[in-house]
Design a protein around this ligand. Sequence first.
Ligand SMILES: NC(=O)c1ccc[n+]([C@@H]2O[C@H](COP(=O)([O-])OP(=O)(O)OC[C@H]3O[C@@H](n4cnc5c(N)ncnc54)[C@H](OP(=O)(O)O)[C@@H]3O)[C@@H](O)[C@H]2O)c1
Length: 323
Amino acid sequence: MTEEHAGSRTLPTVAVVGAGAIGAFFAGYLLAAGRADVTLCVRTPFDELVVESERWGETVRFRPRVLADPAQVADALAPPVDWVLLATKAHQTAGAAGWLRALTGSGTTVVVLQNGVEQVELVRPYVAAGARVVPGIVYSGVEPLGPGRVVHRTNGFVYVPARDPDQGVVPEDAERLDALFASDRAFVRPVADLTTALWKKLCANVVANGITALTERRIEVLRRDDIRLVASALAEECLAVGRAEGASIDAAFGEATIDRMAAMPDGAGSSMLFDRLAGRTLEHDALYGAVTRAGRRHDIATPVTDVVGALLAALSDRPDEVA
Ligand SMILES: NC(=O)c1ccc[n+]([C@@H]2O[C@H](COP(=O)([O-])OP(=O)(O)OC[C@H]3O[C@@H](n4cnc5c(N)ncnc54)[C@H](OP(=O)(O)O)[C@@H]3O)[C@@H](O)[C@H]2O)c1
C-alpha cells in the first residue's frame, strides 16, 4: 500500500518521537489504519516510510508528515497532542526532551516504547505537568535498514498497563490506543501485572543483549557451555532483584528463556549487537544499570550484572565512535 498522508485535525493526534525500528513499525501501521493524525518527530529526516513485514507478508509505505526540529511543532501541529509514542533508545531520552516539551500538555498520554524498567522515572521530568507517562513493554522484532526503512520479523505488539501505576485507576489506554490501529492483530495489549511483565522482559534482554554485543556474535553464542553459565548468572541476578521489586516469576523462567533464545535460528541477533556492529552507543544502563540499582536498593548482590554492565559502558563510551 502506498499513500500520501492527509492530516486531519478531527482525528486523535499521535506524535511518534524517534522513527527507528520500533517507532517506524508502529507509525507505519497507525498510518495504514487512517484513524489517527500521525506525525513523525525524527533526528534524521526521510520522505518515505517503508515497513516491510516478513512476519505478515506485506509492505506498508507512506509519505508521512515528518518534523526534524521541535521548533516546528507549534506551527505544524496544534499542541498538545493526544498521544506521544516515545521510541528512541532509553539513553537518547534526554536528547528528545525538546520534543517532549513541545508536544505534551495535560491530556497527553506518553507511551514509552523502550526496554528497561525505569521508563516512567526516566521520561517524567521532560513532559508537561498533567501529562501521563505509561510504560510500554515492546514485543516486536524489528530491524532498522536505513532512515524510514525497517523490516519486521517477529511478534508485533506492545503491552501497556491495564491500571495507571500512579493513579490506581483503569485508564483503558490499551483499548483506546489499539483502536487507532483498526486491526484484529492487537497491536496494543493490556497487562494486569506490570511489574512481572517488566522484569520478565528485562530478564530476556539481559541474558542476550550484553553477551552478543561483547562477543560480537549472534545469539547462537548462548549455545556455548561457558557462555551459558554467564547467561544463567545474569538471569538469576535479574530475577532475584525482580522478585524483590514485586515480580512473580518462577525459578524456571530464566533457564527457559535462555533455552528459547539458544534455539533461535542461526543468524538471529540482538538490538545491542546491531548497535555495536554499527558503532552506536549502547543501551546498557537501562538494562544492566537498572538491575544493579534495584539490587542495591534491596541489598542484593549482582556481581555478574555489574561486570557485564561495566564492560558494556566502556565499550559504548569509546571516544572514536559516534553517538
Ligand atoms: N528493535 C527491536 O526489535 C526492539 C524490540 C523490543 C524493544 N526494543 C526497544 O525499543 C526502543 C527503541 O529501539 P529501536 O530498535 O527502535 O531503536 P533504533 O532503531 O535505534 O531507533 C531509535 C530512533 O530514535 C531516533 N532518535 C534518537 N534521538 C532522537 C532525538 N533526539 N529526536 C528524534 N529521534 C531521535 C534515532 O534517530 P537516528 O536515526 O538519527 O539515529 C532512531 O531513529 C529501545 O528501548 C529498544 O531496546 C526494540
